[in-house]
Design a protein around this ligand. Sequence first.
Ligand code: PLP
Length: 514
Amino acid sequence: MQPSLPSFGDIPAADFDRAARRALEWVERYLENPERFPVLSRVAPGEVRAALPASPPARGESLDAILDDFERVVVPGITHWNHPGFFAYFAISSSAPGIIGELLAAALNVNGMLWKTSPSATELEQVALDWLRQLMGLEGEWFGTITDTASISTMLALAAAREAAGLDVRERGLAGRADVPAMRVYCSTQSHSSVDKGAIALGLGHRNVVHVETDGAFRMRPDLLAEAITRDRAAGFLPIAAVATVGTTSTTSIDPVRAIADVCRREGMWLHVDGAYGGVAAIVPELRDAVLDGVFLADSVVVNPHKWLFTPIDCSAFYTRRPEVLKQAFSLVPEYLRTDVGGTGDGGRGMSGDELQRDDQFRVPHPSSPVPNYMDYGVQLGRRFRALKLWMVIRAFGAEGLAARVRQHMTLARELASWVEAEPCWRLMAPVPFALVCFRYAPDGVPDEEADALNERILGRVNASGEAYLSHTKLGGRFTLRVAIGNLRTERRHVARAWELLREAAAAERDARP
Ligand code: PLP
């Protein structure tokens, strides 16, 4: 049936009303029971695309027809991150307040590039980020801005570090300059690849990211960091930044931030803390000291509410104690964006690149205005109203509700770790500081390489079940299974079922051996 479309303007209100109700009902049923779907999508590569027309419709279609295809074609191609059996990567989930926040943000469709382009977008971002900072107990003066991902937040931190090095890369670039030594960034062998990507994007060069070895618990060795810096200085490199991680991707290890901060202070380097996953755990009061030890000494830190704070992806909180440097790296205000309000530090006029170069007073503009123009603190101009969902999530769960959920995930992880330890032939591969358990099936007499392949097959069997989805890593060169607990809907029975599936898969593999 063709919809009754007017020639211009939006879809008729009655059609919107019907479709919106249908979509909302679908969402309600979905969130009540995501388990009715296999957690890992079973479509073959290309299947979703093949089920859809190759070219766009000439005439508009009804929202009902589109929703039919959403259910028929799109949903089967979804891997359900909301499924309580989702234990892969870092398990994330949306939540009712977060979904409502996304819906309203899409309806408002504001672009929060300047304070005046939507004062509420800017001021809610200030409020939500300051609330999150307080929830975590991150003390001190921090300027926060929301980005899409930790990868971008870390890239911004490295750009600020490069700016702080005083080489005027912003204006003069890097290429063809005899006066610029190769700059180096230090992280650990366990750091996330986003550090490398940030360095690549900024023209620092991938080979100038130095991966410092870790100790037996996968934490960066500050003594080796200091040695690497000394060696590099002697060889003519310019160390500009270190990235410490609170909650590494493979094992959730926590780097000794305080000791790394000491090295950075001595060496005049920027310290960025990647707390994309683990930082959020500081909202649990009894964990705060362990999670945040030394973090207040950093120049910048990122935590991802879209990882473990039930905020729909994407939402990354980037904090810095040196916003003036970040702004110096990125603020560039074309005429059409000049405004009389906002913390540009230049009377609200906004700075052009020329002015930055000409007048040293403009080089370190502190956002003294009570309101920033957030476009000044990064690459992107247009900005989604992400603060709305974060603000709603924090309000709806409250400090205690959020902490209780994170604490519960950690309890479940510790319980799973105890099951693994108690079971013959299974071996824990790393400590469990948060809610991730790394382990492997290692029967006596099976050589390591064979056990690698065995664990890979066990993983395949569990993931084919549709009931649980795990991912893997390599630790000490050995294939390792990872169970990450972080989903709002995951209960003890789901973890127990995953453990049962793992043991069944191991038994099936044992029986299948010649
Ligand atoms: N840092 C750590 C420690 C991570 O585990 C991840 C992703 O899992 C990232 C950064 C990148 O996060 P994003 O997807 O937000 O860029």
